[in-house]
Write a protein that binds this ligand. Structure first.
Ligand code: HAM
Length: 419
């Protein structure tokens, strides 16, 4: 038998409801706040990610699925959505002197070591806002996402951490100071950190290795290099969060693994998923549009790992949100199959949100009722039963005390709605 590629999973029919439920809830919330969806290609020129995400990041250095197409062009499966989003909006002239609030959802690809909560094909829901330079938009994003986590019953398992990286220049100065501090420890660093010292030293700050954490604990602090303007911005952001009663913690080790961030960065983390604790992350990236060839445009955004949200929802919310099967239509007279289908259409038109399954495969009433019971449906209609006709249907209560009754379509709808 064939198997799925390592790190790439099937999401089976019995499980997809959770994914769409969690996606739908976020989409509704974002749409309600005037964000519009953007749909982006799964592949882009490799160059876009190299320039956008950063040559020295783990993602670009070792995690991309890159291939050369039949014209010899290097293209990659997208490892994230922000660079594509900027590319698309810029390509269509939607950023120049305009603001834009948008969101997307879909698979991303990174060649990482698969484990629970970490996959090679994973799913992100991303939100990006362009043209807003102030901390108000950051506060809006935090508010929307916090309310979303509350709505899906996960907020109590998540903690919001925030930090500021300062301006591009602040970060540059800090980088130099950090390298001077760490260089004398070079031999004590692990291989990853030694490599990062040359390519991306800030990433050493969020190393999980105990010894590195010790070394780093005495390193110069990023905040001391952050200029007055960036500090003010960050303070106002915190004030807004306070005013809205949104809880957060400062984490001065939070630096993010992608190169495009400046100023505010944030991450929602959980202790419930082992080592894959980051559930939603993002920040401001005022330099990216220009970096990719556009006019300087302030921007901020985030992406949440849907796979991880699904794991948490499964763990703490069980079947909450699972759509139920409402009615099972048993077929007692196969010559009236067409009427059974029409009946379903009539009922679906009147009650668009209910789910109705028409029995197939024959069998006596006992067998069909067994199926109806196993299906989880609350009600059965015994279509074609002797006592029924065009106007009167036999409805059977499969879960409650109501038993079997002869009802008109109107009465049937009334009964089901009031149950
Ligand atoms: P990121 O931190 O690389 O940021 O990814 C965001 C989230 O995607 C992570 O917090 C995690 O939940 C999920 N994620 C990442 N890699 C995996 C994986 N291999 N398996 C499962 N889940 C994963 C970004 O991608 C930025 N584009 C976020 C952003 C948008 N910043 C500004 N706008």
């Amino acid at each position: 038998m064939h198997q799925a590629v390592r790190g790439m999973r099937d999401i089976l029919p019995a499980d997809t409801w959770r994914w769409s439920h969690l996606e739908r809830k976020l989409f509704q919330r974002l749409t309600g706040a005037s964000y519009s969806e953007i749909r982006l290609p799964l592949m882009e020129f490799t160059e876009l990610f190299a320039r956008g995400v950063g040559e020295a990041t783990d993602i670009v250095e070792k995690e991309m699925y890159t291939l050369s197409d039949r014209d010899g062009l290097s293209i990659s499966l997208r490892p994230e959505g922000t660079a594509s989003c900027v590319r698309a909006l810029e390509e269509h002239g939607l950023l120049y002197n305009k603001t834009c609030r948008t969101f997307y959802s879909g698979p991303m690809f990174r060649y990482e070591k698969p484990q629970k909560g970490r996959y090679r094909q994973f799913y992100q829901m991303g939100v990006e806002a362009f043209g807003f330079g102030g901390p108000d938009i950051e506060a809006e994003l935090v508010l929307l996402i916090t309310r979303y986590f509350e709505e899906i019953g996960l907020n109590q398992y998540l903690k919001l951490e925030i930090n500021t990286l300062g301006s591009h220049e602040d970060r540059g100065r800090y980088r130099e100071a950090l390298v001077s501090y760490l260089t004398p420890f070079y031999r004590e660093l692990d291989e990853d950190s030694q490599r990062r010292l040359l390519t991306n030293p800030l990433r050493i700050l969020d190393s999980k290795v105990e010894k590195i954490r010790d070394i780093v604990s005495n390193a110069p602090k990023l905040i001391e290099f952050v200029g007055a303007h960036a500090r003010e911005h960050f303070e106002r952001f915190q004030e807004l969060l306070f005013e809205m009663n949104l809880s957060f913690e400062l984490n001065d080790r939070l630096v993010r693994g992608l190169d495009y961030y400046t100023n505010t960065v944030f991450e929602w983390v959980t202790e419930e998923l082992g080592s894959q604790g980051a559930v939603c992350a993002g920040g401001r990236y005022d330099g990216l549009v220009e970096q990719l060839g556009g006019k300087s445009t302030p921007a901020v955004g985030l992406a949440m790992g849907l796979d991880r949200i699904v794991l948490l929802h499964e763990k703490f919310q069980g079947d909450t949100g699972r759509p139920s099967l409402d009615i099972y239509i048993c077929i007692l007279d196969e010559s009236k199959m067409d009427r059974a289908f029409f009946l379903r259409e009539v009922l679906s038109d009147r009650l668009p949100t209910i789910t109705i399954r028409v029995h197939m495969g024959g069998g006596n009433l006992k067998k069909q009722l067994k199926r109806a019971d196993a299906s989880g449906a609350g009600w059965a209609i015994l279509h074609g039963a002797e006592e029924s006709d065009e106007k009167q249907l036999v409805l059977k209560d499969l879960r409650g005390e109501k038993g079997q009754m002869l009802v008109s379509v109107d009465e049937l709808i009334g009964t089901i709605c009031s149950a």
